[in-house]
Ligand binder design. Structure first.
Ligand code: ARG
Length: 459
C-alpha cells in the first residue's frame, strides 16, 4: 500500500525526502497514546451512529492487537510511513479491512497528533512529578539525619555565618517544591482535548467532543479548532518547568562538586556516583554531578528551540510543528534521569561533620554576632559594625581568629566587652540564636522541617 493520500498524487516522494519528512523514529514512542486516542474516537463515532458497532468491534480488536505487537517488539515499522499515526492506521486497514478505513472519519492527523502529544506530555509529567517527590524525600531525609550538623554559610562564596547543613539542604527542598508546582501547571496546560477539531475547522460529522474528552481523561475540550491543532504552549510550559528544575539541579551539583574538593573536604561521594582517572590513580571525580550540571544546557536548548520554532507560525497546522515533540521528550527524559541520579548521589553521599564544623568557624563567621553583642549592650549597630571590623583587621594582622583573642584584647577594642563574649563566639550558640521564622536556628529549622514534611505529603 502506498501513502494514505495516494489519490491526488502521480509520483511519490523520493526515499531521501521520505526519510527527511518522517517523524516515525521520534513519535513511535507515542504508540500507546495514539491507540488510546483512536479507540476513543472510534467509540464516539459508534455511539453517534457514524460507524456501525460491527466496524467498531473490528477496529477495537485490530488496535489492541497492534498495541500488543508494538509493545512486544513484533510490529514491522516501515520508514515509508511518515509517522506513528500512519503506521498504525495503515496496518489496521491491512489487518481488518474496510472497517479500519472508516476510523479516520471526521479526524485529521492534525488533531490526532495534537491529542497524542498532549496525552504523552501528561504521562511524562506524571513521571516527572513522581520523581520530583522521590528526590525531595531523599533531600528531606538527608536533612533529618544530619539535622544539627554545622557548616559555613556563604555569600559571594566567602564565609558568611554558620548555618545548619539541614537548613542548607532544605533550601533545595523548597526549590524542588516550586518545580513541582511548575510541573503541575504544565500538566494542567496539556490537559485539554483537541480531538474533533479535524484539520483546522471542525467537521461536518456530528462528533461529540465532550465524549472523547471524558474517554481520554482530559479536563475539557479546547474551544477553538484552529487553536487546538496549532497550540504547543503546553510543551513550552513543560520545557520551561524542566529548565528551571535543571537549573536547580545544576546549582546543587555545583555545590556537591565544590564540597567534594580537597579544599572543602565536606563530603565524599559514594563510589557508585564517582569515576576514576585513566592516568591519575588517586582521582575520584564527581562526573555525574558535572554531567547533570552540563545537561542543563541541552534542556534550555530544547526550550529555546521550541520558542523559535513557534515564532511567526501562521495558523493553523504547519509541518514545523512536527519538530516540537523531540525536544520536549528530550527535556523530560533528561530531567527525569538527572533527578534519579541526584536521588542516589545525595542518599549515598558521606558527610565529614568535623571538617564542616571546623570550617564553619573559619573566616570570622562570628563577626556579626560579636557586633550584635555590642549592639545588645546599647551601642548603635552601625558603630558596633565599625568596632568589629577593626577587630577583624587586628586579627588578620596578628594571624588570629576572633576566638583566639584574650578578654584584654577585646576590651582594648571596646570597654563593653565582658567575659561572656566567649559564648558569642560559639558556633552552636550563634546558630541557635537565629530563631526567626525561616532562619537557621535549631528551633526554626524544626518548624521548617514540619512544613517540608507537610508539603511532601500534600504532593
Ligand atoms: N507527522 C506530523 C506531525 O508529527 C503529523 C501531522 C501531519 N499533518 C499534515 N497535514 N502533514 O506533526
Amino acid at each position: 500500500m502506498g501513502a494514505l493520500w495516494g489519490g491526488r498524487f502521480e509520483k511519490s516522494v523520493g526515499s531521501f525526502t521520505q526519510a527527511f519528512g518522517a517523524s516515525l523514529q521520534v513519535d513511535k514512542s507515542m504508540y500507546s497514546q495514539d491507540i488510546k486516542g483512536s479507540l476513543a474516537h472510534a467509540r464516539m463515532l459508534c455511539e453517534k451512529g457514524i460507524i456501525s458497532k460491527a466496524d467498531f468491534d473490528k477496529i477495537e480488536v485490530g488496535l489492541v492487537e497492534i498495541e500488543n505487537q508494538i509493545a512486544q517488539g513484533r510490529f514491522q515499522f516501515d520508514i515509508n510511513d511518515e509517522d506513528i499515526h500512519m503506521a498504525i492506521e495503515k496496518t489496521l486497514i491491512k489487518d481488518v479491512g474496510v472497517a479500519g478505513a472508516r476510523l479516520h472519519t471526521g479526524r485529521s492527523r492534525n488533531d490526532q497528533v495534537a491529542t497524542d502529544t498532549r496525552l504523552h506530555a501528561k504521562d511524562l509529567l506524571n513521571e516527572l512529578l513522581a520523581q520530583n517527590c522521590a528526590l525531595r524525600s531523599v533531600i528531606y531525609a538527608k536533612a533529618c539525619d544530619n539535622f544539627d550538623v554545622i557548616m559555613p554559610g556563604y555569600t559571594h562564596l566567602q564565609h558568611a555565618q554558620p548555618v545548619l547543613f539541614s537548613h542548607h539542604m532544605l533550601a533545595y527542598f523548597w526549590m524542588f517544591t516550586r518545580d513541582f508546582t511548575r510541573l503541575v501547571a504544565a500538566f494542567d496546560a496539556a490537559d485539554a482535548n483537541p480531538l474533533g477539531s479535524a484539520a483546522l475547522a471542525g467537521t461536518t460529522y456530528p462528533l461529540d467532543r465532550h465524549m472523547t474528552t471524558e474517554l481520554l481523561g482530559f479536563d475539557h475540550p479546547i474551544p477553538n479548532s484552529m487553536d487546538a491543532v496549532s497550540d504547543r504552549d503546553y510543551l513550552l510550559d513543560l520545557e520551561y518547568a524542566c529548565s528551571v528544575s535543571m537549573m536547580h539541579l545544576s546549582r546543587l551539583c555545583e555545590e556537591i562538586i565544590l564540597w567534594s574538593t580537597t579544599e572543602f573536604g565536606f563530603v565524599t561521594l559514594s563510589d557508585s556516583f564517582a569515576t576514576g582517572s585513566s592516568i591519575m590513580p588517586q582521582k575520584k571525580n564527581p562526573d555525574f554531578a558535572e554531567l547533570t550540571r552540563g545537561k542543563m544546557g541541552r534542556v534550555v536548548g530544547d526550550l529555546v528551540a521550541l520558542l523559535v520554532t513557534m515564532k511567526s507560525l501562521p495558523l493553523a497546522y504547519n509541518k514545523d510543528l512536527q519538530e516540537c515533540k523531540e525536544g520536549a521528550m528530550d527535556a523530560a527524559k533528561t530531567l527525569h534521569d538527572c533527578m534519579v541520579c541526584m536521588e542516589g548521589m545525595i542518599e549515598s553521599m558521606e558527610l565529614h561533620v568535623p571538617e564542616m564544623r571546623k570550617s564553619a568557624g573559619k573566616g570570622f563567621t562570628a563577626a556579626t554576632d560579636v557586633a550584635d553583642y555590642l549592639a545588645k549592650k546599647g551601642m548603635p549597630f552601625r558603630q558596633a559594625h565599625e568596632v568589629v571590623g577593626e577587630l577583624v583587621l587586628y586579627c588578620e594582622k596578628h594571624h588570629k581568629g576572633l576566638e583566639d583573642l584574650t578578654l584584654d584584647e577585646f576590651k582594648q577594642a571596646n570597654e563593653l566587652f565582658e567575659a561572656d563574649i566567649v559564648s558569642a563566639l560559639d558556633m552552636e550558640t550563634i546558630v541557635a540564636a537565629r530563631k526567626t521564622y525561616g532562619g537557621t536556628g535549631y528551633e526554626a529549622v524544626k518548624v521548617q522541617m514540619k512544613e517540608a514534611e507537610a508539603a511532601l505529603n500534600a504532593d
